[in-house]
Design a protein around this ligand. Structure first.
Ligand code: ATP
Ligand code: MG
Length: 206
């Protein structure tokens, strides 16, 4: 636990279809910079905002996350969203973590520069910004300066921008590469690569 004994937890939500080094590098960088005790990866179940393609079965996405974080003692995963019936809203997830860890815990929701703006336009974002702080990590191709333009001072005061090594990896690109027979080794942990191969994921057009 950090010096002042206050528990500090990061929550990293995403579709993780599949998880890749962009997610892991971001989570680790934020963990160290913010002195977090733990980062919990929370793969989403049925996204409230319909995706452009059919998400891979939650069981596969969750297992790939489990395999990818296994060697980091500060990383864990949660099935909270995938076990929920119907759409899982971030506000409900964060309320549950808030109840679990108590009011004294510092809760951070970790997102990339692309996701934060999208997220703060979600329903109930007024209550959401009261529940936790947000960490907005840089991501190649997305401008964090947009935040200043698009969000009011109350929102901005709850967001900590953070610079992470620029990793131009996306799950979309990994899925496309698999379909095209291109290599994905070194874009995601080798356990993920083997899992994708073993279960023949991402073979069908989206
Ligand atoms: P997709 O291409 O399917 O949208 P993705 O690579 O964006 O996948 P997500 O599961 O959508 O991955 O992202 C989960 C979270 O991780 C989001 O907050 C996203 O902004 C962040 N993230 C993903 N990839 C990176 C990256 N390369 N650098 C920084 N943040 C990232
Ligand atoms: Mg994404």
């Amino acid at each position: 636990m950090s010096e002042n004994q206050q528990l500090r937890i990061g929550i990293m939500g995403g579709t993780f279809d599949p998880i890749h080094f962009g997610h892991l590098i971001t989570a680790e960088e934020v963990r160290v910079q913010f002195e977090l005790d733990q980062v919990i990866f929370v793969p989403c179940g049925v996204p409230p905002h319909k995706k452009k393609y059919d998400l891979t079965d939650a069981r596969h996405r969750h297992l790939m996350v489990e395999l990818a974080v296994a060697d980091n003692p500060h990383f864990t995963t949660s099935r909270m969203e995938i076990d929920r019936d119907g759409p899982a809203y971030t506000i409900d997830t964060m309320r549950t973590f808030r109840e679990r860890f108590g009011d004294a815990c510092q809760l951070y929701f970790i997102t990339g520069a692309d996701a934060i703006l999208e997220m703060l336009t979600w329903r109930d974002n007024e209550s959401l910004i009261e529940l936790c702080r947000f960490v907005a990590a840089t991501r190649p191709g997305y401008e964090l300066s947009e935040l200043d333009r698009r969000l009011g001072p109350r929102h901005r005061a709850r967001i900590d921008p953070v610079s992470v090594p620029g990793i131009e990896i996306s799950s979309t690109d990994i899925r496309r590469r698999v379909r095209q027979g291109k290599p994905i080794q070194y874009l995601t942990p080798s356990a993920t690569v083997s899992y994708i191969r073993k279960h023949a994921l991402y073979q069908q057009p989206e």
